[in-house]
Design a protein around this ligand. Structure first.
Ligand code: GDP
Ligand code: MG
Length: 442
C-alpha cells in the first residue's frame, strides 16, 4: 500500500504539468490503494473529499514540498479516523475490575485473554481468568493450558453447561478472593447469530463487566465494519482488540471498525505467543499501514553510517545475513543519536519512526537515551540474543526495567520493536540469499 501511494505521489511530482488533473489522478490512485487495503468505501470517499478541501493544489509550494504535504494530509486524515477521541478503560488496583471478551469463533478471544491477563499481572495487578465458553468442546481445556503456562489462576467447569452460571460463579469466587482483574472468556459462533447475542447479553447482565472488549480478526478485511456494528448494537463494548496483525491482512479493516463504532482499539495481537500483544498507537499504526519507513530505508541508513564505526559494519553484515540481535539494535540507536535532530531521520527507519511518533526532537532523544539505559542493563547473553530469552523467562524483563530505572512497558516496547526489525532483517537476508543463488546459477 505504502509503495502504491508513494508511487502515485512521485508520478505527480515528476510529471512536468503539475495540473489539477494530475492531482485528481493521484487522489484516485491513493483511494484505490486504500480500498485494496480493506479501508471502507465510504471512509475512502470522505478522505478524498477532505483532502480536496484541505489541500489547495494550485497554491502548494514547489514539487518537492507538494509530495510531503499530500502524504501528510493522507496520514493525518487516517490518524484522525483511527483515533476515536474516547479514553480507554484502565483497571484500578484494589477493586475487582471485570473484563468480558466477546467476538466470533476463531477471532482470538481465548488467546487474547491470556495475553491480557499476563499484561496486567506484569503490572502488579492480581489477575484471574474465567472460561464461560461451554459451547465449544475443549474450550476450557485450551484456556486452562494457557493459564497454567502463564501462572494465572483460572475458573471453569466440565459439568456445568450453562455459560451464564459458570461466568457468574467464577466472577463471584474471584471477587471474594479480591482479585484486581477478572477476565471472562466467552464462546463465539461462526456468524453473528441470534443465540450468540442472547448468550452474550445474559452473561453481561450476570457479571456486570466494567469493560467489554470486542476481539476482531484483522484477516476479515472489509467485513470488519458490519461485524463490529452488529456486536455494538447488542453487547455494547468499550474497546477493541485487533488480532493476527502479524499476518498478511492489510489492516484497513481496523480503521473501519473504529469509525463505525467510535470505540478505541487498545491492543493489537501480533502473534500466537502469550507475549505477542502490543499497545495500539494510532500514528504508528497508520505509519505502518502506509509503509512509511520501509526496509529499504533501514538498509540505506545502515549503509550510510557504515563508514562511521566498526561495530556498525558488523551490524550491516548481520542484517545482510538475516540476523538482527539486540546488540545490533543498540548500536543502531546509539549511532542515530550521533546523527543530529530526530525530525530529519524519522520515517527513515521503521522501528525508530514507530518509537518516536508524535515526539518532538527533545522528547525523542530522551526516549532514545532511555533505550540505551535499557540495553545497558542487559547481560551480554541477552544482548547477543534474538530476544526469545525474554519470552522464555519474563522475569528478565522485570530485572531490566528495575536495573535501568525505567518500566516494564518500556522494556516490552523495546523488545517488540526489536522483533519487528529482526523480522525485516530476516526478509532482507532471505532476499540476498535468493539473489546470490540466482547469480551463482548464471
Ligand atoms: P477464539 O475462538 O476467539 O477463542 O479464538 P482462539 O483464541 O482460540 O484463536 C484462534 C486461533 O487464532 C488460534 O490458533 C490462535 O493461536 C490464533 N491467534 C489468536 N491471536 C493471534 C494473533 O494475534 N496472531 C496469530 N498469528 N494468531 C493468532
Ligand atoms: Mg475461545
Amino acid at each position: 500500500l505504502g509503495r502504491r501511494i508513494n508511487a502515485a505521489v512521485s508520478d505527480l511530482t515528476r510529471s512536468n504539468s503539475l495540473d489539477e488533473k494530475a492531482f485528481d489522478d493521484m487522489l484516485k490512485e491513493i483511494c484505490a490503494a486504500l480500498l485494496s487495503a480493506d479501508v471502507n468505501v465510504r471512509l475512502v470517499q470522505s478522505l478524498r473529499k477532505s483532502i480536496k478541501t484541505t489541500v489547495h493544489f494550485s497554491s502548494l509550494p514547489p514539487a518537492v514540498n507538494k509530495k510531503r504535504m499530500i502524504q501528510k494530509a493522507v496520514f493525518d486524515h487516517l490518524v484522525a479516523l483511527v483515533n476515536p477521541h474516547a479514553e480507554p478503560f484502565r483497571p484500578k488496583k484494589g477493586r475487582s475490575n471485570v473484563i468480558m471478551m466477546v467476538g466470533l469463533q476463531g477471532a482470538g478471544k481465548t488467546t487474547t485473554c491470556t495475553k491480557l491477563a499476563r499484561h496486567y499481572q506484569m503490572r502488579g495487578l492480581r489477575t484471574a481468568l474465567v472460561c464461560a465458553d461451554t459451547f465449544r468442546a475443549g474450550a476450557f481445556d485450551q484456556l486452562k493450558q494457557n493459564a497454567i503456562k502463564a501462572k494465572i489462576p483460572y475458573y471453569g467447569s466440565l459439568t456445568q453447561t450453562d455459560p451464564v452460571v459458570v461466568a457468574a460463579d467464577g466472577v463471584a469466587q474471584f471477587k471474594k478472593e479480591r482479585f484486581d482483574v477478572i477476565i471472562v472468556d466467552t464462546s463465539g459462533r461462526h456468524k453473528q447469530e441470534a443465540d450468540l447475542f442472547e448468550e452474550m447479553t445474559q452473561i453481561q447482565t450476570a457479571v456486570n463487566p466494567n469493560q467489554t472488549i470486542l476481539v476482531l480478526d484483522s484477516t476479515i478485511g472489509q467485513a470488519a465494519e458490519v461485524q463490529s456494528s452488529a456486536f455494538k448494537a447488542t453487547a455494547d463494548f468499550g474497546a477493541i482488540i485487533i488480532t493476527k496483525t502479524d499476518g498478511h491482512a492489510a489492516g484497513g479493516g481496523a480503521i473501519s471498525a473504529v469509525a463505525a463504532t467510535h470505540t478505541p482499539i487498545i491492543f493489537l495481537g501480533t502473534g500466537e505467543h502469550m507475549m505477542d500483544l502490543e499497545r495500539f498507537e494510532p500514528k504508528a499504526f497508520v505509519q505502518k499501514l502506509l509503509g512509511m519507513g520501509d526496509i529499504a530505508g533501514l538498509v540505506e541508513h545502515v549503509q550510510a553510517i557504515t563508514q562511521d564505526s566498526a561495530s556498525i559494519k558488523e551490524t550491516y553484515k548481520h542484517i545482510t545475513a538475516g540476523i538482527y540481535t539486540l546488540r545490533d539494535f543498540r548500536e543502531n540507536i546509539s549511532s542515530i543519536m550521533k546523527m543530529g535532530p530526530l525530525s530529519k531521520l524519522s520515517g527513515m527507519i521503521p522501528g525508530l519512526s514507530n518509537m518516536t511518533a508524535g515526539l518532538d526532537d527533545e522528547d525523542g532523544s530522551l526516549k532514545l537515551r532511555r533505550m540505551i539505559y535499557l540495553f545497558d542493563s542487559m547481560t551480554a547473553a541477552e544482548l547477543d540474543s534474538d530476544g526469545k530469552i525474554f519470552v522464555d523467562q519474563p522475569s528478565r524483563i522485570v530485572r531490566v526495567a528495575c536495573g535501568s530505572g525505567t518500566s516494564v512497558r518500556e522494556v516490552e516496547d523495546l523488545l517488540s520493536q526489536h522483533r519487528m526489525m529482526a523480522g525485516m532483517a530476516k526478509k532482507v537476508g532471505g532476499q540476498r540469499k535468493q539473489m546470490q543463488r540466482a547469480q551463482n546459477m548464471l
